[in-house]
Structure formats: structure tokens, C-alpha cells
Design a protein around this ligand. Sequence first.
Ligand SMILES: [Zn+2]
Length: 251
Amino acid sequence: MRVAYVGVVISVLCGLGATTLVHAAPDRAAAMPARARPLVVIDPGHGGSNPGATGSVPGVVEKRVTLAVARRVRDWLSAKHIDVVLTRDDDRTLTLRQRAARADAAGADLFVSLHANASPTRSQRGYETYVLTASGLDVDARALRPDLGTPRTGVDATTAAVLDDVERGAAQWDAADIAVAIQDALRDTRGDDGDRGVRQDAQHVLLGATMPAVLVEIGFIDHPIEGKELVDPAVQDAIARAIAGAIADSM
Ligand SMILES: [Zn+2]
């Protein structure tokens, strides 16, 4: 559920800034260590003391569903010769900053956060994909927290800050393409009537990371029918396969 992200919003980014910066984007590959295979970080939402949404099936909480699906996404991506790092592979508490730091430390090409939704009336269903906001574009936020930037050797602080912004701006365009591909794949698997679309809003941030980043709400675990489906291993596997296929086709 999206509520978990509210607490880390510093301020709303300027989307226009991202648009104008993209034309000056450097070759991201040149800044990354040479790697034969793409690396994707899969982030199972919540965990540990943060269970996330409560499911309609007794005892089921979001953190368990996201981890189960994340492991299956990892298996499908590995079969497609794409390396995967999970931000957590057990039931532990992680902050958003820790999740982003893992992706940066791994030198990931893509960050995909998995969540399951809930609604006040327990009546909504369907899946949606978010382009994660590059909050590092917020100059005020960076001035308050200079550690937000990517470490760069031999580059002065001002230039490094500009490079960070350029990378985040370019990454958002890539993220939008991947988000559309994931949403299309989920529509093929889960059906048209659950399609809630690709979205972007300022509550979806990933502080510190510079690679393309998306968040998938795979369905509503508190819906009486969809909640049961989302704990079905066959459904979890179909969702994971769809997400992995979209990622593989985009890389
Ligand atoms: Zn969530």
C-alpha cells in the first residue's frame, strides 16, 4: 500500500526539469562498471516490523505476498540470464533509504519495488504500476541532505550535483517505458478489467538511487476474491512471470 511512502517525501519535484535535462544525458554505461549481464534489484515491499496491508485471507499480510512474488520474479529473470539482487530475502525491516542504497551499491540497472494494495472499502481490485519519482532532482532537498548524491571521484561538488540530476532525469524516461511494459504484461495475465494504468505521483520517491525505478501494485490483497488469488502460488507465479518478461524485453 502506498501510505508507507508518505513519510519520506521532502517536496514535489519539478517534472519539467527532468524533461529538459534528458537531452544532455551522459552515457550511463560509461559511468557504470563493465558487466556482461544486466542487474535488476527487486524490492519486496515492507517486511519485519512493517507488515504493510492486511489481506482478506486470515493471517496474510502484504510483506509475505511481496516476498513470495519477488522470489519468483528473481527465478524467472535468472532463467533469462539477468542477475537479480533482492533488497530482502527474509522478514526484515528496511527503510526506503536502505533499499535505495542497496540498489546503488549493487550498481543496478533497474529497481523494481513490489507491493500489494488495500482500499478502505475492501472493494477495489486491479493492478497499477508507478514510475518512482526522482526526488534527487529537488535542489532544496539536496542542500538539506548533501549525502543524497552519488559519490564521484575527481569531480567537484557542483558538477557532481548536476550529473546526479541529469542521470535521474534520463532514468525517469527509461522507468516510464519499463512501467508501461510491465503494465501491459500484467494486463495480458490478469485481464483488462483490472488495469488501473501507469501512474506517477510525488508520494512515490526513491531517495538516493539514480537508476530507473518503478513500483508495481500487483493487486488488492484485501479484496474478497483478488485477495485469495494473490496468495495462490500459481497466480503469484503468473504475475512474476509477466513482470520478469516485461523487464527482460526492456533490457
Ligand atoms: Zn505496500
